[in-house]
Ligand binder design. Structure first.
Ligand code: CTP
Length: 394
């Protein structure tokens, strides 16, 4: 279930006896590598305690809409932005009705209104309530609003009835959560991605580098895997684990990175690495001693990896990143043209390096799209969607 690795799941629990199964769902999500935050409605707290869900999720449970302390930390809008997926399990008949009418009088309905992510509901109720025409109409209209309805299942109910209305089992819901992150948009495509910084040796113990964490490149590689691509990640030295289901080549210098990129041709090339523009002309063979008061290191230009891959007749679809501190649009468009790219993702370097949140504007010849602040996983899925779209129309 590696698609859930590092995904941010907001688990909403409403008032239904099936709430006890949500404890298991939470545990399974955590085990699959997801980060889980739980929101309990007032009636959910009649069935399961915040303490149980806090212990299982490892995070403070959210219950109140207007809680001064919560708003000072992760308030309702921040929480809605945080989520890569909102799952309400169990979703009671009352919750379905309130959601449909856009009510925002408690934390969970408000989060659903403010969401940027997909929303899935796992209904749980008595079979007569499920088959009642009001519920049927509510479910029908929620589906038309692109809300996912997962279940309910058929079988014995807590009230003694038999029929449709049981919440799906935690294992089934876990599978559905994982499937949300599999798009198939790049099925059959090969993708090579560079990530992280490069290190340019001064001597055997010293180097020139930069603050790139590699998070964006790694998140993009995961998003490409989830979109069905065969991915090679060419990474400079970073301290994050290598995602599963891809081929990772570890390099240090820009020259090694270029060499590895040439050895891994692909349909799509995405340059996310913060490649050092210069390297010491000569790396000293031995550790340099501090004899002199001044020291000069002559630097020479490194190859531009992205621009070299984007040259030639059988060039891949090339995507660059422009991390800028000023004149974002002008600099990004300049790089798009001068590096002969198909697309460039521009963002504010000071807000991006090392951060977990990111926003960006994507430019291509004759168009652009602003991507709102999101988790890196959410943002990279949007970038992959745009790449798949542009590739289709190329
Ligand atoms: N890039 C590259 N090789 C380099 C420098 C940059 O492949 N030697 C790629 C980066 O991975 C990124 C894009 O080019 O996708 C833009 O990188 P950036 O550092 O923003 O631009 P530079 O070309 O280095 O220009 P400058 O530093 O002058 O802004």
């Amino acid at each position: 279930m590696s698609t859930l690795q590092n995904k941010r799941i907001l688990l909403g629990i409403t008032g239904s006896i099936a709430a006890y199964k949500s404890a298991e769902l939470c545990r399974l999500l955590i085990k699959a590598g997801a980060e889980v935050r739980v929101v309990l409605t007032e009636s959910a707290r009649m069935f399961i305690t915040p303490m149980t869900m806090q212990a299982l999720s490892g995070n403070r449970v959210h219950t109140e809409l207007l809680d001064v302390e919560a708003e000072a930390g992760m308030g309702h809008i921040a929480l809605a932005r945080w989520a890569d997926l909102i799952v309400v399990a169990p979703a009671s008949a009352n919750f379905l009705a309130r959601l449909l009418h856009g009510e925002a009088d408690d934390l969970l309905t408000t989060l659903c209104l403010a969401r940027r992510s997909e929303l899935a509901l796992a209904p749980a109720m008595n079979q007569a309530m499920w088959s009642n025409s009001s519920t049927r109409q509510n479910v029908e209209r929620l589906s038309q609003m692109a809300v996912h309805i997962w279940g309910p299942g058929n079988g014995e109910q807590a009230c003694g009835d038999e029929g449709v209305g049981r919440m799906l089992e935690p294992e089934e819901l876990l599978g559905l959560c994982a499937a949300q992150f599999e798009s198939g948009l790049l099925a059959g495509k090969t993708v090579t991605i560079t990530a992280g910084p490069t290190r340019e040796a001064i001597d055997p113990v010293r180097y020139i580098s930069n603050h790139s964490s590699g998070k964006m490149g790694y998140a993009l590689a995961e998003a490409a895997v989830e979109a069905g691509a065969k991915v090679t990640l060419i990474s400079g030295p970073v301290s994050i684990p290598v995602p599963q289901r891809l081929h990772c080549v570890q390099v240090e210098s820009a020259q090694q990175m270029l060499q590895a990129c040439r050895e891994h041709p692909a349909d799509i090339f995405i340059g996310v690495a913060a490649v050092a523009d210069y390297r010491p002309e000569q790396a000293a063979a031995q550790k340099i001693k501090k004899d002199a008061d001044y020291m000069e290191i002559r630097l020479v230009r490194n190859p531009d990896i992205l621009a070299s891959i984007a040259t030639g007749a059988s060039r891949p679809f090339c995507v660059g990143f422009a991390a800028e501190t000023e004149n974002l649009e002008a600099n990004a468009l300049h790089k798009l043209e001068h590096k002969n790219l198909d697309m460039i993702v521009a963002n504010d370097a000071s807000a991006t390096f090392g951060s977990d949140e990111a926003s960006a504007t994507v430019y291509w010849a004759g168009g652009n799209q602003v991507l709102e602040p999101h988790s890196k996983a959410g943002l990279t899925r949007e970038i992959i969607r745009l790449i798949a779209e542009r590739l289709k129309s190329a």
